[in-house]
Structures are given as structure tokens and as C-alpha cells.
Design a protein. Structure first.
Length: 110
């Protein structure tokens, strides 16, 4: 049975998070956490947290022992966007878009 965990409004853009997700998609949870530990991007902290949450949901809600779990689906969707403005010359302004991400992980027993 698939178990889901979601992290909403993570303060990293979805484009940057998807680069990390593509490296762990379809792997076992233990292998994925080891890979995330050595990747140099800050997005790995948020992704690892969601994966651990999905495993904890499976253990607590379904009373499944600590078996080998596999990441079946993992994706990053667009979250809220904070809109700010930066002043430019001659009274103009340019937008600053601070994007956020919703990370969803589905974990299943092997």
C-alpha cells in the first residue's frame, strides 16, 4: 500500500528541487538518504525530511515494521509565490518572485 507525505511551501524553487528528486526517484529509501547526504545543494535537507516523514507515516499508521521501503512517486509542484519589487532607475521597478515548492513523496513496501 502506498503511503504519502507532503511538505508544503518549502522556500526553494521547484526547478531546483526537481534536480534533486530526479536522482532519488525509484530507489530504496536507505539508498536515497545516503545519496541525499552527499549532494551539495540545500534542497536535499527538505527532500530527506519528507522521505523520512513518509517512512514514519507507514510505520505508525499502518503498523508496518521497518521493512525495505521504495520511493514509488516523488514530485515537486509549484507553491505560493511571494511578489516583491526592486527599485530601478528613473522611477521604475522590477519584480522579484520568491517561489516556493510543495514536495510530495509516495513510499511503498518492496
Amino acid at each position: 500500500m502506498k503511503v504519502r507525505a507532503v511538505a508544503n511551501d518549502v522556500g526553494i524553487s521547484p526547478q531546483k528541487v526537481r534536480l534533486v528528486l530526479n536522482t532519488v526517484r525509484g530507489r530504496r529509501v536507505g539508498d536515497a538518504l545516503v545519496i541525499l547526504k552527499f549532494l551539495p545543494t540545500p534542497a536535499t535537507v527538505a527532500v530527506a525530511k519528507v522521505i523520512k516523514s513518509a517512512v514514519a507515516n507507514a510505520e505508525n499508521n499502518l503498523q508496518v515494521s521497518s521493512a525495505d521501503f521504495k520511493i514509488t512517486d516523488i514530485f515537486a509542484d509549484k507553491g505560493h509565490t511571494l511578489k516583491r519589487f526592486r527599485p530601478k532607475s528613473r522611477g521604475r521597478m522590477s519584480p522579484i518572485l520568491k517561489r516556493s515548492t510543495n514536495i510530495t513523496v509516495f513510499v511503498e513496501e518492496e
